[in-house]
Design a protein around this ligand. Structure first.
Ligand code: 4AD
Ligand code: MG
Length: 464
C-alpha cells in the first residue's frame, strides 16, 4: 500500500530518500518563486507542508487530491520538523472554488450541514481518530480483563429496556400489505412475529456471559427517541460488558471505574495530538479534566444519599430545581448536572435506585424495606454531560425474576429463554452499557453527540 503521511513523517530513515505523498490540499500559499501547500490524508492532524515552485503550485486548489513526489527535508519553520521538497506534482482529482471547506474556522453548525465533507477538516477528522483510539483503549482493557468480544443481534423480538422506544422492522413487502390492510402491520410476515431494532444487546450478552463468563460487545443500537437534545441520537453505539461470577455491585463499580480510567489513559497516551487540538479549540480544561479522571477515584453514593444532597442544595437556596426532588422520582438531567457538574465536579456513581424506576432485570436489594425497595444498579454521571453509563447486577434468582416479569406484564413464553438462564445453573452476574458518543463528548469537550458520530441520525434527520 502507499504510505500514509503519518508514517512517512515518523520514519526517520526517509530523510533524503524519495517519497510519495497522497492527500487533499488544505491550503496553498504562494510567494514570487516559492509556494507552500498543506497536504493532509487524514492520518494525522497537521498533514505535511510541501514546498514547490509557484509554477507547480498553479495546478493546486484547496480540496484537490494529489500525489506528490519529493524529498523529506528538515524544516526551518517552527510548525513542523520536516517538510516535503516537491519534485513532481500529479493532480488526481481537481476541486473548484465552490468547495465549502476553505481554510478558515467553520462553525460546528456549518460543518453539520456538510456532513459528507466535514471529516476532511481538522475537527471532523480529529474526532474520528480519537473515536478510533477510544475503541482501541476499550478493547485493550477488556482483553487484559479476559473478556471475550461477542456480537449480539441487531434484529430482536425484545424491548430490553421496556421503554417502548423501539423501531419496528418490516420487510418492504409488508408495507405494501399494510396499504391494503392496515392491521397487518402488527407483526412481520417475514418473522411471523413483531421484531425490532435492538435498544441494547444486554439480554443477549447475558446468554453469552452465562457460558463464556466474561464478554463485551460494541455495536449500534436504536431508539425512537423523540427528545431533541445534544445527548440523544436515534442510532448510537453502545459498549456493553457482562460478567458472570461477580460478588456484588461494588465489584462491578470497581470494574467499570477501571474500564474508564484505563481507556482514558490509553487515549491520553495514544491520541495526544488530537486531545491537544481539542484542548486548544474546544475546551481549555480538557487535558486537566482527563488527567484528574485517571488520578482521582470516582465518587460513589446511593440514590438515597443523592436525594439528600439535592434536597439540601434546594433548601439552602443554592439552586432551584424545576422538577421536584423526592425519594422515588427519577433524577432529571438538571439533578444529574447539579451532582456531577456543580457539586462534585467529578464522575459520580449513583447506586441503588428505587425498583420502580428501573427495568425488570435489575437485582432487587435484599436489605431494602419493601416500601422503599431498591435495586443493585448504578448510573455513572459525568460533569457537563450527565449519564455516561447505566449498569446493574442482574436478578439471578428464578422465582424473584419470574415474579417481577409477571408484575411488569411481560410475556413469559417470549422470555422463557431468559428465565432458563436462571433455571439451569444460575450465577450472580452483572454488567453495564456505555454510550460511546457520550464518552466522545467527555474526551473532546464537544457539546453535541451530533458532532462525534460521522453520520448522525436523530428525530427528523437521516441524511446520506
Ligand atoms: O442506560 P441505558 O438505557 O442502559 C441499557 O440499555 C442497559 N441495558 C445497558 C447494559 O446494562 N448493558 O443505556 C446505556 C447508555 C446510557 O448511559 C447513555 O450513555 C447511552 O447508553 N444512551 C444514549 N446515547 C445516545 N443517544 C441516546 N438516545 C442514548 N440513550 C442511552
Ligand atoms: Mg440509563
Amino acid at each position: 500500500l502507499p504510505r500514509t503521511i503519518k508514517s512517512v513523517l515518523e520514519d526517520q530513515s526517509s530523510s533524503d530518500a524519495q517519497v510519495f505523498v497522497n492527500g487533499w490540499i488544505r491550503s496553498v500559499r504562494s510567494q514570487k518563486q516559492v509556494s507552500f501547500a498543506n497536504v493532509n490524508d487524514g492520518s494525522n492532524l497537521k498533514g505535511i507542508q510541501a514546498i514547490l515552485t509557484t509554477e507547480q503550485a498553479k495546478a493546486l486548489t484547496t480540496g484537490a487530491s494529489v500525489q506528490l513526489k519529493g524529498k523529506l527535508v528538515a524544516s526551518p519553520g517552527q510548525e513542523q520538523q520536516r517538510e516535503l521538497q516537491v519534485e513532481h506534482v500529479q493532480v488526481l482529482g481537481e476541486c473548484d472554488s465552490t468547495y465549502p471547506l476553505q481554510k478558515k474556522r467553520h462553525t460546528l453548525e456549518f460543518l453539520r450541514e456538510i456532513g459528507h465533507l466535514r471529516s476532511r477538516g481538522n475537527t471532523g477528522s480529529a474526532v474520528l481518530r480519537l473515536r478510533n483510539a477510544a475503541v482501541l483503549g476499550f478493547q485493550k482493557f477488556f482483553e487484559q480483563a479476559e473478556c471475550f468480544n461477542v456480537h449480539t443481534p441487531i434484529i430482536t423480538s425484545h424491548d430490553c429496556e421496556g421503554g417502548g422506544e423501539v423501531f419496528k422492522v418490516l420487510p418492504a413487502s409488508d408495507y405494501e400489505t399494510q396499504k391494503a390492510a392496515p392491521t397487518a402491520m402488527a407483526s412481520s410476515e417475514f418473522f411471523k412475529k413483531p421484531v425490532y431494532l435492538t435498544v441494547s444487546g444486554q439480554l443477549h450478552a447475558e446468554i453469552l456471559a452465562t457460558s463464556l463468563s466474561r464478554v463485551y460487545t460494541l455495536g449500534p443500537v436504536f431508539r425512537a427517541e423523540e427528545s431533541q437534545t445534544s445527548r440523544h441520537l436515534a442510532e448510537f453505539w453502545m459498549m456493553e460488558a457482562e460478567l458472570a461470577f461477580i460478588n456484588d455491585l461494588n465489584q462491578l463499580l470497581d470494574f467499570t471505574e477501571d474500564c474508564i480510567v484505563s481507556t482514558t489513559k490509553y487515549v491520553l497516551d495514544n491520541a495526544r495530538e488530537e486531545l491537544e487540538f481539542f484542548n486548544r479549540w474546544t475546551d481549555k480544561t480538557l487535558l486537566e479534566r482527563l488527567e484528574k479522571t485517571v488520578n482521582k477515584p470516582f465518587i460513589r453514593m446511593t440514590y438515597t444519599e443523592a436525594i439528600e444532597v439535592l434536597q439540601g442544595a434546594q433548601q439552602s437556596g443554592k439552586i432551584k430545581f424545576e422538577f421536584p426532588v423526592t425519594w422515588g422520582s427519577s433524577l432529571q438531567s438538571e439533578h444529574e448536572r447539579y451532582l456531577a457538574t456543580t457539586h462534585f465536579q467529578h464522575p459520580v456513581f449513583v447506586t441503588n435506585y428505587p425498583s420502580g424506576l428501573k427495568p425488570f432485570y435489575m437485582r432487587v436489594d435484599e436489605t431494602s424495606e419493601s416500601s422503599k425497595s431498591t435495586v443493585g444498579c448504578f448510573d455513572l454521571l459525568i460533569p457537563s454531560i450527565g449519564e455516561l453509563i447505566g449498569g446493574s447486577m442482574r436478578e439471578e434468582r428464578y422465582d424473584v425474576l419470574r415474579e417481577k416479569m409477571i408484575e411488569s406484564k411481560m410475556d413469559l413464553d417470549e422470555y422463557k429463554w431468559y428465565l432458563d438462564l436462571r433455571r439451569y445453573g444460575t450465577v450472580p452476574h452483572g454488567g453495564f452499557g456505555l454510550g460511546l458518543e457520550r464518552y466522545m463528548l467527555w474526551i473532546t469537550g464537544l457539546e453535541s453527540v451530533r458532532d462525534v458520530v460521522p453520520m448522525p441520525r436523530y428525530v427528523g434527520s437521516c441524511r446520506y
